[in-house]
Design a protein around this ligand. Structure first.
Ligand code: ADP
Ligand code: MG
Length: 387
């Protein structure tokens, strides 16, 4: 997000509310490099921040009034009272920023109102976490303006609570933590059990590498029910194995654990994905820290195969991206996000970007699929104050 854009957002705020904002903040969307469906198993994830951000111009108020406006949504300013905010009463976009105010107040922080104008370049509903970007930018602005002194991971927890309880969406902690805590040129190694985190070098440009995000633009209808089933299956596996979460099965004990699951074929597949996926995150961390970014390619592919064959949440379009990209010379590729559609990521040599992109487009055309949207993802900065 350029400073110019921050100035534009501030100008629109001034036109809307009649005085200049106290400040302008930005928070990014994210892509998950590796660690899929591990977060609700207390496991490891490894997202990085996108250059796409939600930007908020904000001025605090002391009279209990909350005014909200988004440049990206039709309609005028929405005016609410902070004392009246009620979980799951609001089905509109305003539930995300209001939910953050509600969560902060519920945690005992004195937030007495605000004027907020938002604008975002994170595509909504594409699996790139436009919702977390919106929440985190509001949380960071209020944290600064009301002097709350909360750290990034604490803001992430409150934003997750806003989305879980106020909006009513059962999301994990990855998206908000990525938006709040990522650093440019790095991926974030996050332990979702205790939120321990480590910034791992992932400076693609410096290595002559590129990472493409291929948004298939498909969303298969049964995705939400299937998510619930996978989650329940993982919980059943943990219960059968006598652990709190599948995270507690060490990779070295996987074979013994699978044996103990006997003829529970489906649970065995789910357990195998989660335990091997946690180990893949650790392998990717080790390779990146050893300065071998190209070597993560095959690990990404293993992750895709596991999601396709064991967790069974891929779809023909995602498989087509991965297979075509690998045939065209990509170093690695995998589906990313919840599954049954959404986006895949592709790791390529800088010189191969065009050839791989063209091959994917051609394969989609030949298969009669909607043209995918392809863009390069540069690991960017997490949430920050712009002015
Ligand atoms: P994702 O987080 O994967 O993009 P979600 O369904 O979790 O998808 O969040 C998308 C929702 O977030 C939108 O439907 C909208 O309510 C809200 N949202 C995202 N960006 C904006 C924006 N710029 N202005 C207003 N609301 C937004
Ligand atoms: Mg979301």
């Amino acid at each position: 997000m350029s400073v110019d854009t921050a100035a534009e957002v501030a100008q629109r705020f001034t036109r809307l509310y009649g005085s200049e904002p106290e400040g302008v903040w930005a928070a990014p969307g994210r892509v998950n490099l590796i660690g899929e469906h591990t977060d609700y198993n207390d496991g490891f994830v490894m997202p990085f921040a996108l250059p796409h951000t939600a930007v908020a111009a904000v001025t605090p108020r002391t009279d209990g009034v909350l005014r909200l406006h988004s440049a990206d949504v039709e309609g005028g300013v929405v005016e609410l009272r902070v004392a009246d905010l009620t979980p799951q009463a609001d089905r509109n976009w305003t539930a995300y920023p209001s939910g953050v105010v509600w969560a902060l107040r519920e945690a005992g922080h004195e937030v007495t109102g605000a004027d907020i104008h938002l604008a975002s370049t994170v595509p909504a509903g594409a699996g790139l976490s436009s919702s977390a970007a919106l929440e985190v930018v509001v949380a960071l602005a209020l944290n600064d303006l009301f002097g709350l002194g909360l750290r990034g991971w604490q803001l992430a927890r409150l934003c997750q609570r806003a989305e879980n309880v106020y909006v009513g969406a059962p999301v994990g902690i990855m998206d908000q933590t990525a938006s709040a805590c990522c650093q440019a040129g790095h991926a974030l190694f996050l332990d979702t059990r205790d939120l321990a985190q480590r910034q791992v070098p992932f400076d693609l440009a410096a290595e002559g590498l590129r990472l493409l995000v291929v948004d298939t633009q498909v969303k298969h209808a049964h995705s939400e029910g299937e998510y619930g089933k996978r989650r329940a299956g993982c919980e059943k596996g943990a219960a059968l194995l006598g652990v709190n979460a599948l995270r507690d099965i060490p990779y070295e004990e996987l074979d013994a654990a699978l044996e103990r699951l006997g003829d529970e074929a489906e649970v065995r597949r789910l357990v195998r994905h989660v335990v091997t996926e946690d180990q893949r995150v650790e392998r990717v961390v080790a390779l990146l820290e050893a300065g071998e970014p190209r070597a993560i390619g095959p690990v990404l592919v293993e992750g895709h195969v596991s999601l396709r064959d064991d967790f069974r949440i891929s779809c023909p379009e995602l498989d087509l991206v991965v297979d075509t990209a690998l045939e065209a010379g990509a170093l690695g590729a995998r589906m990313t996000g919840g599954g049954f559609g959404g986006s895949a990521i592709v790791l390529v040599e800088a010189a191969d970007v065009e050839a791989v992109g063209k091959a994917v487009q051609a394969a989609f055309a030949a298969a009669g699929c909607t043209a995918p949207r392809i863009f390069e993802a540069v690991p960017a900065a997490g949430a920050r104050r712009l002015s």
